[in-house]
Each structure stands twice: as C-alpha cells, then as structure tokens.
Design a protein around this ligand. Structure first.
Ligand SMILES: *Cc1c(COP(=O)(O)O)cnc(C)c1O
Length: 447
C-alpha cells in the first residue's frame, strides 16, 4: 500500500456561507468564474492540478536552460523512449499544442478523422485543420447500466460503415483516446487497440493514440484483461503504445506535471514536419515552449506514473470518492473511470428539465453548500447533444486526503436531502462560439 504526506503545506479555507452565496452570484452562476481562493475542495479538473513528488522538484533544480540541445531534453527524450517506446519526440507547452502540431501536419481540408471519442480540444483542432471529427464509441459507452469492463473502446463496425460512406482516401487519421476522457474516463482494451491498429493499416491511415491517460488505462487493462493479469503496468503501457504510429500527450495528466506535453512519432518525414510546426507554434524542438526544468519534471513524472503503487493509490482515491458519493445519495456512473466520478444529475433532479440544466443546478448547490467545485458536462457544456446530464468531480493527483472526500460527501448528502427544492438555471449571456460556452457563459436561477 502506498500513501503520500505533505511536505509543503497550502492553506485552504471554507469561506462563510454568505461569502459563497455572493461569490456564486458574482460569478454569474458559472463556477469557472469563481476565484480559486473562494473554493474549499476543487474538483473542477485533474489537469495540471496535481502535486509533484520531491523527486520531480529535485529534478527541476537540475534543469538545463540551454536554448538548443539541453541535457534536460536528453533526459526527457530517454524517459519517453523507455516508458512509452517513442524515440522521435517533440515537446510542446500542453496537450492541445501537441494536437496542433500533429493534426495540422496530418489533416487537410475535408478529411475525416475517426476517434473512439474526440476530446473537446481534439475536436477543435481537427476542425481547425479543416477536418471533420467523427466519434465511434462502443454502444455500451452510453449505457449507464452496463458494467462492461472496457466502455472506452472504439466501435470498429461503426468506423467501417463510415469509411464505406466517405471513402478510405478521405480518412488519413484514426485516433484512439486512452482512457476515453469524454466517455467518463472509461478504459480501452489492448485487444481493441490491436484491432484499431489493423483497421488503420488496412485503410492506410496514420494510427494516433491520444495517450494523455495511458498509465491509468494500463492499470485497468491489468485488472480486467486476462492476458495481462501478470504483467507490470509499465510493460502493459508500452505494449498498448507499441501499435501506434504517433502519440499526443498532455504532461498535465499522466506525466504528473503542472504544464507540458509532447508528440511522439515513428516516421522520419512526419518528424521533420512536426519539428517545423513546433518551431512555428511552440518553440525550438528541444524545448517546445517549456523551460528545461519542466522537461525534467515530465521525465521523472512519466516514470512515476507507471508505478503500480502510484496508480493503485490514485484510482483508489477516485473509487473511494465514488463510494462516498453513492452512499450520500448521488447516482454515480459505474464502473468508475480513471480520473473522476460522474454523477447523473438528471436522475437526481427530475423536476428540472434538461433545458434548465439540472447538472448546473447541482454544481451551484455543491458550491453553495460546501465550497466544493465540480463541473457540468451535460446540456450546458454540450449544447444540442443528448448526453446524460453529467456532473464531473475530477480528483487531482496526490493532492487531497480522506478528510476532503468526507467533506465532499457530507456536502453531497446535504444537497441530496433537499433535492426537491433545487431549481434550474437559464443563460443570460454567452460567448460567440457555442462549443465554448460553459467556460464563460453567465446564468441566473429560473424564477
Ligand atoms: C487534457 C487532454 C487533452 C488536451 O491537453 P491539454 O494539456 O489540456 O491541452 C487532449 N486529449 C485528452 C484525452 C485529454 O485528456
């Protein structure tokens, strides 16, 4: 069993109920507009919000800040090669920078890109390159009652039908996102990975793995795919990535850093194009918009991320929160994924129609009740799709302890107790791009 102790203490405080009410009102009932100082337990995202280890902080002191060819880059490259099996690597400032570098090189106007499910920034970068983003998740991904082990898998039948429709020559890229972030962080099996790789080869497409959460995925494979029960998670991770022609990575996820990312490729020509695009958008290809010390932090973080005991603690924390929320009376999406607990606010608050955002009502009430920040991923965030009315509580890595989860559960229980009193919200101001409205729209309670 592994645990973590604090070496640097950060004070957090629960503001008074009056302060919370006023802060929520000032924020236009949108928790993205809250000051973090007004939040007690912050479960908005697990992206870049985790705690680095003493080994990572120590490595940062050795950062080599040479513009080109730094020792930090060499250590980083060795770590990516040993942990993920890619020798040709281009660092970037974060995951979406990797998407810009790679998809800008591979996707042309009118091309179709097929993914198990596009993460929101991936979809935006495919669109930005002139492409059409097509999702092919397996049907059980949407089934709240299914306890299938790999609900993140890619639906090959659906992908084949799509290729038959648009022609293989118009599908230059096939992507597999592990874990499937937009499908509640559900894992993807290696059996599915092999099949998708074969499919991509068959249609002569580049097979990209979005590897942001590759280590969490490997943990689930070890648990659920019998072929790998005796493997180390590090070996499983390498095995799964072995089939990819390229990877995109956000260091803010499974490299356990607060910033950073990279692209890994196998093809020399693609490597040259990726480096040119990195110079244009990120920085010279041995630093990619990062300080040398950031590369060192990623190098150490990548190795830590594939340690079994780290993952067991991390995924254990997510499961612990899920159990507590379920006991508190919230309907929790099962099986629980790798990084967050998803709650079905539509089921909890049947009196609020989808058009009045039951998820947002729950998010606002969790903040007002206990200073807990979660995020809506239902009708408010994904306008015009028929997703469940999800609220996500993401768990930052190695950051919170049992007492914090107890506080979240007590808050949730208090909200669940008076669920009938909760009312919906309406939008009073929103930005021009509807895809981005949940980040900045203002709301008010429905009268
Ligand atoms: C976070 C994430 C990205 C984008 O990474 P950023 O570092 O936030 O830019 C892309 N794909 C997936 C699956 C992610 O989880």
């Amino acid at each position: 069993m592994r645990s973590y102790v604090s070496k640097v203490a950060t004070t957090i405080e629960l503001p008074s109920r009056d302060t919370r009410k006023a802060a929520l009102d000032d924020a236009g009932y949108n928790v993205f507009n809250l000051d973090a100082a007004d939040v007690f337990v912050d479960l908005l995202t697990d992206s870049g919000t985790g705690t680095m280890s003493d080994a990572q902080w120590g490595a940062m002191f050795e950062g080599d800040e040479a513009y080109a060819g730094s020792e930090s880059f060499a250590r980083f490259q060795t770590a990516v090669s040993e942990v993920m099996g890619f020798e040709k690597v281009v660092p970037v400032h974060q995951g979406r920078g990797a998407e810009n570098v790679l998809y800008g090189a591979l996707v042309e106007e009118g091309d179709h890109v097929i993914n198990n499910t596009h993460f929101d920034t991936t979809r935006a970068h495919v669109a930005n390159a002139g492409g059409v983003a097509v999702d092919c998740p397996v049907p059980e991904a949407r089934d709240l009652d299914s306890d299938a082990p790999f609900k993140g898998n890619f639906d090959l039948g659906a992908a084949r039908s799509h290729v038959d429709e648009v022609g293989a020559e118009n599908v230059p890229v096939v992507v597999l996102t592990i874990t499937n972030n937009s499908a509640a962080g559900q894992p993807v099996s290696i059996e599915n990975t092999r099949a998708v790789a074969a499919f991509a080869e068959e249609i002569d497409a580049t097979f990209v793995v979005d590897a942001c959460r590759f280590a969490e995925n490997a943990y689930f494979v070890r648990e659920r795919e019998s072929e790998f029960a005796d493997w180390s998670v590090a070996d499983i991770a390498r095995e799964q990535l072995r089939y990819a022609d390229a990877i995109v990575m956000s260091g803010k996820k499974d490299a356990l850093t607060n910033i950073g990312g990279f692209v890994g490729v196998r093809d020399q020509d693609l490597f040259e194009v990726a480096k040119q695009r990195a110079i244009l958008y990120e920085g010279f290809p041995t630093y990619g918009g990062l300080a040398g010390r950031d590369l060192d932090a990623m190098a150490v973080g990548l190795r830590e991320a594939v340690e079994y005991d780290y993952l067991d603690h991390r995924i254990g924390q997510v499961r612990e929160l899920a159990t507590k929320l379920s006991e508190a009376g919230l309907p929790v999406f099962e099986p629980v994924g790798g990084h967050a607990v998803y709650v079905d606010a539509g089921e909890l608050l049947p009196q609020i129609p989808d058009a009045e955002f039951p998820g947002q009502a729950l998010v606002c009430e969790l903040y007002r009740e206990g200073g807990v920040r979660a995020v809506e991923l239902g009708s408010f965030a994904f306008h015009g799709t028929d997703r469940p009315e999800f609220v996500r509580m993401a768990v930052p890595r190695r950051t919170y302890h049992r007492e914090h989860f107890d506080h979240v559960a007590e808050t949730a229980a208090a909200v669940a107790d008076r669920r009938e009193e909760l009312r919906g919200y309406e939008i009073v101001g929103e930005p021009a791009m509807p895809e981005l409205r949940h980040f900045s729209a203002a709301l008010r309670p429905v009268e």
